[in-house]
Design a protein around this ligand. Structure first.
Ligand code: FMN
Length: 190
């Protein structure tokens, strides 16, 4: 009932524990090899990159989430929220004020190969990856709501500009699927 898209983010930093909770909600392990997200053939084709900018206890930078170990690894130091938010299609100026951006990406070709024997031939795999990105996004929304945080899924971005950022934010060979802004709501709601 309380889940909503939040586009007004306040100056209060996220805590590292809140970021840990968000990435775990998106892709974390639960029991055995299973994760918070359902996944066709339990393939888990998504990669989660955190663009951290306003997080207490976590230096600004882009980080890759290792779901197996529940660990974030620094990819590029510095605050890259502006660069990433600048690739969105509409006026998403507010997005750069989210404490962290969670970028979901996946290798659509690898998924197409994995599910090559399922019709429609060559197209089924990518469909599964997109569906899974939706599940991960909803998990983040729900966990953010429960934690009193705001979240929004922004999928309206220019793929080529996002893929062309230097230093890279999207892992090589992967396709950007969705960008989630997470932060404290400006109105103190929650
Ligand atoms: C696939 C998808 C793409 C979306 N892309 C954007 C976007 O690019 N920018 C944005 O501000 N909101 C985006 N949203 C959020 C929707 O605008 C939002 O969910 C909708 O207005 C309903 O509001 P609610 O989430 O508060 O219920 C997207 C949502 C979905 C499911």
């Amino acid at each position: 009932m309380r889940r909503r898209s939040t586009r007004g983010f306040g100056a209060r930093p996220l805590s590292i524990a809140q970021v840990a909770l968000m990435v775990w909600a998106a892709q974390g392990r639960t029991t055995g090899e299973h994760r918070t997200c359902p996944s066709a053939h339990a393939l888990y084709p998504l990669t989660l990159t955190v663009v951290a900018g306003n997080v207490d206890g976590l230096a600004a930078g882009t980080y890759r989430y290792d779901a197996e170990r529940d660990v974030l690894t620094l990819i590029t130091a510095g605050d890259h929220r502006d660069r990433v938010a600048g690739t969105t299609l509409a006026d998403h100026d507010w997005l750069r004020r989210a404490g962290a951006l969670l970028l979901l990406s996946g290798d659509l070709e690898a998924a197409a190969r994995h599910f090559a024997d399922q019709p429609p031939l060559g197209r089924r795999g990518a469909r599964y990856v997109w569906l899974e990105a939706g599940h991960a996004s909803q998990n983040v929304y729900l966990q953010a709501t429960e934690a009193g945080l705001g979240a929004v899924l922004v999928a309206g971005f220019d793929d080529d500009r996002l893929l062309g950022l230097t230093p890279a934010v999207v892992p090589s060979g992967q396709h950007p699927l969705g960008l989630l802004g997470v932060g404290h709501p400006a109105d103190g709601r929650g």
